[in-house]
Write a protein that binds this ligand. Structure first.
Ligand SMILES: [Zn+2]
Ligand SMILES: [Zn+2]
Length: 154
């Protein structure tokens, strides 16, 4: 379902502790307690509830990519079970799975060794190393849902 003004107002009045700002994409910024949303998006309500779930679950930092996947999963579960129900909306499992697939692809790209294609081990937020061939590589910093667009090609 697309986001409408009345849906946005409804969400704002239910969760007035956060700031809301229209933008080009959906994201949650914990440093200023702001949820950014895009009105023209086809499944805007799903995305909005997902970001709201990150906010309500107080998702702030993660140091390993694998943690991001689990935060994503938790936020979708909460959006579907708690938030959508409250707004008499239904988030389809297929929609959740396709979002999570994006992250799995992202994680796969980041963690694959550029030299031998083995799966590397993450050392810190921006470094991986390969246990098979010893190669190390850097990845860009990842902080929010939107960062899949900044994946560095190997
Ligand atoms: Zn390798
Ligand atoms: Zn997310």
């Amino acid at each position: 379902m697309q986001l409408t003004t009345s849906l946005i107002n409804n969400i704002k009045s239910l969760y007035p502790q956060f700031k809301y700002e229209a933008g080009n994409d959906f994201s949650w910024n914990p440093s200023n307690d702001t949820i950014y949303y895009a009105v023209e998006h086809l499944n805007g309500l799903d995305q909005m509830l997902h970001e709201l779930a990150h906010a309500l679950l107080d998702h702030r930092n993660f140091s390993k990519d694998i943690e991001l996947i689990s935060l994503e999963r938790d936020a979708w579960r909460y959006a579907k079970n708690e938030l959508a129900t409250k707004l008499e909306h239904k988030i389809q499992d297929s929609s959740i799975e396709s979002h999570l697939d994006t992250y799995r692809d992202w994680l796969h790209k980041r963690s694959t060794c550029p030299k031998c294609e083995s799966t590397g081990l993450q050392q810190d937020s921006s470094h991986y190393s390969c246990i098979t061939c010893g190669q190390g590589w850097r990845v860009n910093d990842a902080r929010s849902c939107g960062l899949r667009r900044y994946v560095i090609k190997k």
